[in-house]
Ligand binder design. Structure first.
Ligand code: S3P
Length: 176
């Protein structure tokens, strides 16, 4: 299969973008870049440290810059997983629309809440209760819905999710 456009994975924190991206990259034999990890490498700090020491505004600017440069790079066979807040940015959405095929990994709020509660790595949910996280997620879903394809992930194993994406890519091979 020849995919000419980049592939972008979108969705809430804990939706498995990094895991699915890595599996998809093996299956498609395409390079995979996790944008958060890339930012951590550039800054030599974890996302939590960046939020704490430099603030969210600084992180968001860096996120726009990093995603833009990856999407505009000449590298063709590239899969990107985006941080959960990035698709709220209009410039990023436009760039993703113009340069990639985007997939929203959609889960029920309860699944996401259970997962992200287990980790302390996510500064944007610090101090929020479950209801507040659900509200944030439902608001963000309006933006995620602007991606090219929605993948319903509940009750599916990782490999089944990857297969769903591959099937869509096959169907859209010539459009990509
Ligand atoms: C964020 C999600 C995180 C990371 C940062 C902000 C968000 O990425 O970019 O903590 O606003 O949803 P993941 O979606 O990979 O957890």
């Amino acid at each position: 299969m020849k995919i000419k456009k980049k592939i972008v994975l979108i969705g809430m924190m804990g939706s498995g973008k990094s895991t699915i991206g890595a599996l998809l990259s093996k299956k498609m034999n395409m390079k995979f870049v996790d944008v958060d990890s890339k930012i951590e490498t550039i800054e030599k700090q974890t996302i939590s440290q960046i939020f704490k020491l430099k603030g969210e505004k600084y992180f968001r600017e860096l996120e726009v810059e990093t995603i833009s440069s990856l999407l505009c790079s000449k590298e063709k066979e590239l899969i990107l997983s985006l941080g959960g807040g990035s698709f709220l940015d209009e410039k990023i959405r436009r760039n993703v629309k113009n340069n990639s095929l985007s997939f929203w990994l959609n889960w029920k709020p309860l699944t996401i809440i259970k997962r992200i509660r287990k980790s302390s790595k996510r500064p944007v949910i610090h101090g929020l209760n479950d209801q507040e996280i659900e509200k944030m997620m439902l608001n963000r879903n309006k933006y995620y819905a602007k991606s090219d394809f929605k993948i319903d992930c509940d009750n599916h194993k990782k490999n089944q999710i990857v297969d769903k994406i591959v099937l869509i890519l096959k169907k859209n091979e010539f459009k990509s």
